[in-house]
Design a protein around this ligand. Structure first.
Ligand SMILES: *Cc1c(COP(=O)(O)O)cnc(C)c1O
Length: 376
């Protein structure tokens, strides 16, 4: 059997990881500033994580959502405490797209409305509803084209106010920081305006923090820079350091009804053990602060490099563009000549999404190699 050929692959195979490093079979050490696409939050093979999931799978790896599961309660308590959303409720599922599907469904159940408002260049995942709200026709099949989703440009206050004033929308979904589009931020004023207008028009504000959340921006959630409280927050990627897991955080004003949401795998014992270990490590090692400090350092050092045209982002969610390089050329050069993994976005942007535990020394190793790579 062949693999269905949908991914463009680099000709490289990491077989081992440790912290912010991955290794190929011949022992070559690569600095991982990509984190397997913002997934590796606490570093590869963290001993606390390895112990937690090994012990859990040897006791009980899985049982269904038809019985008590104290691990879900523990995860909810810990996540509430660290995120500042102690009064919210938690629904667990398996991927970012699925978290957004559940957010849309919940907004629709709650308001009785059918439509979702999304923003230009947004990415919300590849399942039906999520991809309908993703502003990229290339990844939407005819089946996903629906009159139930409208788009307005990011940070266009007038267009957003006008759309919401129709009171047609169950929810408006926005990324804390746009990732796939190449690191573009909603302004704090725009987020505050959306918060206001959603309240006025009975629309639920959904923050997609799948990539920008979980400490990556230097706060637990990127929208916390604007001081707003959304009605629904979705999380995935970094939540369990690579074990499939996703979360929907739901405001106390949204009522639950038995059976309205559900999943087979979501919130299983192994996923919860992984997610609890991630939060334990984030707390004990102050990883949110580390992401802020090392991120600020990286951003300010990158801005000093003459070949760098633009640096965007917050914390360890950084997009950069370099004179004379497409994103893909620069990524290849960094990977094969300098042994540094990075991510891409669009034609010109290189994305840095390293583990939140990236040290200043590792950031310096990157900066040294990066300067060599971009030198004219
Ligand atoms: C990755 C991503 C998703 C989709 O998550 P999957 O786990 O791939 O389904 C949704 N929204 C944002 C902002 C993302 O970065």
């Amino acid at each position: 059997m062949n693999l269905f050929d949908v991914y463009s692959l680099y000709d490289i195979e990491p077989v081992k990881g440790k912290g912010s490093h991955v290794f190929t079979a011949d022992g070559t050490d690569y600095l991982d500033l990509y984190g397997g696409h913002a997934v590796i939050s606490i570093g590869h093979a963290h001993p606390v994580y390895v112990k937690a999931i090994s012990e859990q799978v040897s006791n009980l790896g899985f049982y269904s959502n038809s019985v008590q599961n104290a691990l879900q309660e523990r995860l909810a308590e810990k996540l509430g405490k660290l995120s500042g959303y102690e009064d919210y409720s938690l629904f667990l599922c398996n991927s970012g797209a699925e978290a957004n599907e559940n957010a849309f469904k919940l907004a629709s159940f709650t308001t009785g409305r059918a439509k979702i408002l999304a923003f230009g260049k947004a990415f919300h995942g590849r399942t039906s509803g999520a991809v309908s709200a993703t502003d990229n026709p290339a990844i939407r099949a005819p089946f996903n084209e629906t009159a139930n989703v409208d788009f307005v440009p990011l940070n266009d206050s007038e267009a957003a106010v006008k759309a919401l004033s129709t009171k047609e929308y169950a929810g408006v979904i926005i990324e804390g920081i746009q990732g796939v589009s190449g690191i573009h931020e909603p302004t704090p004023e725009f987020l505050m305006l959306l918060r206001e207008e959603c309240k006025k028009t009975g629309t639920l504000l959904i923050l997609d923090e799948i990539q920008s959340g979980y400490g990556r921006s230097g706060k637990f959630f990127a929208h916390q820079y604007a001081g707003i409280r959304p009605d629904i927050i979705t999380c995935a990627k970094g939540i369990a350091n690579g074990f499939p897991c996703a979360a929907v955080l739901i405001s106390p004003e949204i009522p639950a009804k038995k059976g309205m949401l559900g999943t087979t795998f979501g919130g299983n014992h192994l996923a919860c053990a992984a997610a609890i270990a991630v939060l334990d490590v984030m707390e004990n090692e102050n990883l949110v602060e580390n992401a802020r400090e090392v991120g600020e350092y990286l951003i300010s050092e990158l801005r000093k490099i003459p070949e760098v045209k633009d640096v965007r982002g917050k914390g360890l969610m950084i997009g950069l563009e370099v004179e004379g390089f497409t994103g893909s050329d620069l990524r290849k050069k960094l990977l094969f000549d300098h042994h540094i993994f990075t991510g891409g976005a669009g034609q010109y942007t290189v994305r840095l999404l390293p583990a939140l535990s990236l040290s200043k020394e590792e950031a310096d190793r990157f900066l040294t190699e990066f300067k060599k790579a971009v030198k004219k």
